[in-house]
Design a protein around this ligand. Structure first.
Ligand code: ADP
Length: 399
């Protein structure tokens, strides 16, 4: 088993992350990103054993062309590599209520993923393209679907129901599903190890803060509430997404401000969040630099980001009762000592005290506790969603 590898594909709407990973050690033999799909400057970059390479893809390339390139130009050029593959693991954003765990893909699974497309119209079709291309490239290998929503299927009705007529849930599946499940699961497992507790007895609040972001309350190792909703638009402030807003704003923008519904959705998904607030960028690093240079919009954006995050974390004391640790992960969570410090300062009512040195030193892939000795624990854990996908694949094909 030690020489067995999994090809992990994570197809977004305009990009594709891929990795060749050992499911036991988590070592990534190949790691890469194809991006700018359907644009003239479509391109691919990857690293093999830390050695970085990049190539343009033919103009307007998308998922199929990228997968073909990955197979023919990256994988097949390493002799014997594909012989070690035991499965291809696919990240699928939305599994609705149908999927509570990862599954081997067959025609019925494909149909069910298609049926969930209305819940993730940008993401599920991309995953299906990836599945079909991988089936063609590796016709004899098991293809496994790993769902972003699966970890959250333990959330109870009091947390997943909206206060809308129940018929909308029963007839149209309108409810909270949550996303980033593989990341929340991974960092929960790692946090339990760091806390030296069995996962079944671990209560943590996990904050996955990337371009998209979500916070999850994990009780006894299971998700009991999460900030994203039926779609990834809800919850905390994100790179370009607004997070929670008053639903009445939508009606106001359409009836009073001349927006079409499409225009409103574009505004809420692509022009809001850190980008909309700062007016300069959706990228936390750039906003921090601008804030340091005195840009008021950037400073306000960072403050609102931390405030909304802190409110979610505080709110999750309700389902958890006891909080063993707050866990920061994702690009911002792993790297922004500024956001972590501001957020924990806003939670001082719970007794959180940041250890400045540890907080500043825990960046760039390092994991560890960032709070003082006499404080409740907050920690940083570098996420590894690909590893969770590879582990699930290995488990399913060995069964
Ligand atoms: P994605 O959701 O696309 O996977 P990532 O998890 O890579 O996103 O997170 C991207 C975010 O992480 C960006 O806002 C980026 O600015 C932020 N980030 C990365 N490195 C740093 C850093 N050193 N300091 C602050 N923010 C950072």
């Amino acid at each position: 088993m030690s020489n067995k590898l999994v090809l992990v594909l994570n197809c977004g709407s305009s990009s594709l992350k891929f990795a060749v990973i050992n499911p036991i050690t988590g070592h990534k033999m190949i790691n890469g990103l194809a991006e700018c799909f359907n644009l003239p400057d479509a391109r691919i970059k990857w690293s093999v054993s830390e050695k970085k390479q990049a190539m343009p893809l033919p103009a307007n390339s998308a998922h199929c062309a990228a997968i073909l390139y990955i197979v023919q130009e990256i994988i097949n050029t390493k002799q014997g590599l594909s012989d070690q593959f035991i499965a291809v693991g696919h990240r699928v954003v939305h599994g609705g209520e149908k999927f509570t765990q990862s599954v081997i893909i067959d025609e019925t699974v494909i149909e069910s993923i298609e049926n969930c497309t209305s819940l993730a119209p940008l993401h599920n079709p991309a995953a299906l393209l990836g599945i079909k291309a991988a089936q063609t490239a590796f016709p004899t290998l098991s293809q496994i679907a790993v769902f972003d929503t699966a970890f959250h299927q333990t959330i109870p009705a009091e947390a997943f129901m909206y206060a809308l007529p129940q018929s909308l849930y029963k007839e149209h599946a309108v409810r909270r599903y949550g996303m980033h499940g593989t990341s929340h699961l991974f960092v929960t497992r790692e946090a339990a190890k760091l806390l030296n507790k069995p996962i079944e007895e671990t209560n943590v609040i996990t904050a996955h803060l990337g371009n998209g972001g979500s916070v999850t309350a994990v009780k006894n190792g299971k998700s009991v509430d999460t900030s994203m909703g039926m779609t990834p638009l809800a919850g905390i402030v994100m790179g370009t997404r607004c997070g929670d807003i008053d639903a009445g704003i939508i009606e106001y923008l359409i009836s009073r401000c001349g927006y079409s519904l499409e225009g409103v959705m574009d505004l809420l998904q692509k022009q809001s969040g850190l980008l909309g607030l700062s007016g300069i960028s959706s990228d936390c690093r750039e906003i921090e630099e601008a804030s340091d240079a005195g840009h008021e919009g950037a400073t306000l954006a960072l403050r609102i980001f931390s405030y909304r995050l802190a409110k979610y974390i505080a709110g999750y004391s309700v389902p958890l009762g006891r909080i063993d640790a707050i866990v920061f992960t994702g690009g911002i969570g792993e790297n922004s000592d500024h956001i972590r410090r501001c957020t924990l300062e806003m939670l001082s009512i719970f007794g959180y005290k940041v250890d400045k040195e540890k907080n500043c030193a825990t960046r760039f892939g390092k994991s560890g506790v960032i709070t003082a000795q006499d404080s409740p624990i907050a920690m940083v854990i570098a996420t590894n969603e690909e590893w969770v996908i590879a582990q699930d694949c290995a488990e399913l094909v060995v069964k």
